[in-house]
Design a protein around this ligand. Structure first.
Ligand SMILES: NC(=O)C1=CN([C@@H]2O[C@H](COP(=O)(O)OP(=O)(O)OC[C@H]3O[C@@H](n4cnc5c(N)ncnc54)[C@H](OP(=O)(O)O)[C@@H]3O)[C@@H](O)[C@H]2O)C=CC1
Ligand SMILES: Nc1nc(O)c(N)c(N[C@@H]2O[C@H](COP(=O)(O)O)[C@@H](O)[C@H]2O)n1
Length: 248
């Protein structure tokens, strides 16, 4: 039986509150049955099977921007492109458009050799960094390779401020952003109260205690409404709307 991806085209990734002046935020990643997103010492794992990987690429197609932390760039050297065939898309779909890669990198550790900066990379990254820690020569070198470097304030935990990030993305016409990870970024977004859609791929494997947990601290994690589950080959995708409640 052919896999049904209709739910991904029927889900809206537009901001419902038009006054919010920030992009719609989708948090999506793949985890094992024991809640791990990577192996020992962060070893990259291909947890998603073919069908759920296609679903991830459909999600990339449906968003203006795709965001990861510098930890994921240093560890995985991702491309963050849309790689789909016409068979994966509804009839009459337009040409493939790649999302704008967004990287949170307060110390400007982004490698000049990253795949995202290769001439073959269709959309060069926007790197969000802090004016305090960043070296101006590194900024110039990154920009010479096509990256755009934005300066933002840090929040109280010393990370790039998500509020500042969202305003800048909005001003730059980014209306939807897909957050892929990694672990620190997933936790920051879950805690932020700013996630509008949550799509989790669950792969039927155990990684074990040495793997990297998707979420370490669930103190400020949301509850969920409008939950649905979608079989994608051997995997399952959970789709839900986060609801933040005050905890005592
Ligand atoms: N299974 C899956 O779907 C996915 C798995 N992964 C895995 O995740 C792992 C990487 O996770 P991790 O090491 O936690 O790295 P992350 O990709 O989460 O990057 C974390 C770094 O981003 C920077 N940062 C800047 N601003 C923020 C912010 N507001 N919130 C959080 N981080 C911020 C910090 O570095 P600085 O202080 O220098 O700015 C921080 O250390 C890899 O093993 C990768 O394979 C990644 C994506 C998806
Ligand atoms: N959906 C999904 N399933 C997995 O099993 C994964 N390991 C990931 N990882 C994310 O995809 C990035 C790699 O992207 P490219 O293939 O290079 O475009 C990786 O860095 C993680 O963000 N995702």
């Amino acid at each position: 039986m052919a896999t049904n991806y209709d739910f991904l085209f029927e889900t809206s990734f537009e901001q419902s509150n038009k006054d919010a002046k920030r992009p719609h935020v989708t948090l999506t990643y793949a985890q094992s049955l024991d809640g791990k997103i990577a192996g020992r010492h962060g070893q990259q794992l291909i947890l998603s099977g073919a069908q759920s990987m296609t679903a991830t690429h459909i999600l990339r197609l449906r968003h203006d921007a795709i965001l990861v932390g510098i930890g994921t760039v240093l560890n995985d050297d991702p491309r963050l492109t849309v790689r789909l065939t016409s068979d994966d898309l509804p009839k009459g779909s337009g040409p493939i458009r790649h999302p704008q890669p967004i990287i949170l990198d307060s110390k400007l550790r982004f490698p000049l050799t990253a795949k995202l900066l290769l001439p073959t990379s269709p959309t060069k990254p926007w790197i969000f960094t802090s004016p305090i820690h960043s070296d101006s020569q590194k900024k110039a070198n990154l920009e010479a390779l096509g990256a755009k470097v934005f300066f933002l304030d840090l929040d109280l935990s010393g990370h790039i401020s998500l509020e500042g990030l969202f305003s800048t993305l909005w001003e730059n016409n980014m209306r939807s952003v897909m957050v892929e990870g990694g672990a620190s970024v997933i936790s920051s977004f879950l805690k932020s109260g700013l996630v509008d859609s949550f799509l989790l791929t669950i792969a039927p494997v155990f990684v074990g205690k040495d793997g990297v947990s998707a979420v370490e601290d669930v103190e400020a994690a949301p509850e969920f409404d409008d939950i649905s589950y979608h079989p994608l080959g051997r995997d399952t995708m959970m789709v839900a709307k986060p609801r933040y409640i005050a905890r005592s």
